[in-house]
Design a binder for this molecule. Structure first.
Ligand code: KG4
Ligand code: ZN
Length: 354
């Protein structure tokens, strides 16, 4: 993406739009470098979960059409929440990728059209940069350098963040992402879509020590992940079991422990490799309570601090896009009027934000 330096929307609120998958998120944020969370003026979200539930997964065409229906009402709602008019905006930020092409195009076209009509700059945001900056919206925001664990439905990444916009991928998944592993495993044990939160809830009723699955790729050096084999282990265990409610909960717990343990082991290694003492966790799986508790405990033991966004900002939302966009707009970055999206987009190719 060609990013140019133009007029800076100092102090004016930025509209953030997220439409990369099955959530329409809109937020308004005024960039406040010392306490970004204080600058959050409004955020609204519409989740398409019910729309896709019958199909057991996201149907891209239905997702795009629903973004079309929901986006502008959500923008109006956010403006009303903040007591602002469109003319008060200083810029527009939207998710330009990675994600579903049709869904991305809805947000990108609406954002570009609004920015053009208002005569303000617009910027396409990398969805994963949005996720990794989300913890900055909380009190005591983490300052780079830090390591970020980005675990969502589409990604499992360990990223060294030297500065905002300066990212080095330390580890990636070779197959399923962590959230995808949660979703697929939940599905094969008959849990409803979306499986991740349902499986995590069930795991709370599971008994300790009932089932133990492997911690993939922790027996060798390296920071990559592989979660697809775990799914097969669970399938075999489930097929051989009595398939009672308690067994399902026990298996869910064994699976969750395996994923969480694996993520914790790799985070410790990544912090050591990067020489960092701050760990940022973000993405939908960052909402997982066991993961949050285990990483906080590992931090207390090893001497690093773990930073999490609030639960609503772990999963997809407009606030993280408004934040990432506001940072780049404040640095004078934006792009020309072309509507362009990037269904696949390497985080390492982003320009520095300052
Ligand atoms: O970041 P996100 O909202 O969307 C993507 O960018 O993919 O992440 C959604 C993923 C889904 O796979 C969902 O099952 C998972 O996050 N997830 C969870 C939990 N809440 C959401 N996985 C485990 N435990 C949870 N509590
Ligand atoms: Zn996401």
């Amino acid at each position: 993406m060609d990013t140019t330096q133009i007029s800076k929307p100092v102090g004016k609120p930025v509209l953030g739009i997220e439409t990369s998958c099955d959530e329409t998120g809109v937020a308004l944020l005024r960039w406040e470098p010392d306490a970004p969370g204080r600058g959050l003026l409004a955020h609204t979200l519409y989740s398409q979960i019910k729309l896709h539930a019958d199909y057991g997964g996201v149907v891209p065409e239905l997702a795009s059409r629903d973004h079309v229906r929901k986006l502008l009402p959500l923008v109006r709602e956010a403006l009303a929440q903040a007591g602002l008019a469109p003319a008060d905006l200083g810029g527009v930020a939207y998710t330009a990728g990675p994600g579903l092409v049709g869904a991305l195009l809805v947000g990108a076209s609406a954002a570009r059209a609004m920015a053009w009509a208002l005569g303000v700059p617009a910027i396409g945001v990398h969805h994963m940069e949005g996720h990794l900056l989300a913890p900055l919206l909380e009190d005591d925001p983490p300052a780079p350098p830090f390591v970020a664990l980005l675990v969502s439905g589409g990604h499992s990444l360990l990223v060294e963040v030297r500065a905002i916009g300066e990212y080095r991928i330390l580890g990636d998944t070779l197959d399923d992402a962590a959230g995808e592993a949660f979703d697929k495993t939940a599905k094969l044990m008959g849990l409803p879509y979306p499986g991740g939160p349902a499986l995590a809830k069930l795991a709370m009723q599971g008994r300790a020590g009932g089932y133990r699955f492997s911690r993939p790729m922790t027996d060798r050096p390296g920071l990559d992940f592989s979660f697809s084999g775990l799914k097969t282990q669970v399938l075999l265990a489930w097929q051989k079991s009595d398939q009672s409610e308690q067994t399902r909960a026990d298996i869910a717990r064994g699976f969750e422990e395996a994923i969480v343990d694996t993520l914790v082991i790799k985070c410790r290694r990544a912090l050591e490799a990067a020489g960092a003492r701050r760990l940022v966790i973000a993405g939908g799986v960052g909402a997982n309570q066991r993961l949050r508790a285990e990483l906080a405990a590992a931090g207390a033991k090893d001497g690093f601090k773990a930073y999490f966004p609030r639960l609503a900002f772990c999963t997809d939302n407009g606030a993280m896009i408004a934040l990432a966009g506001a940072i780049r707009l404040a640095a004078g970055q934006s792009q020309d009027e072309t509507v362009q999206v990037f269904p696949r987009w390497d985080l390492e190719t982003l320009p520095p934000a300052a």
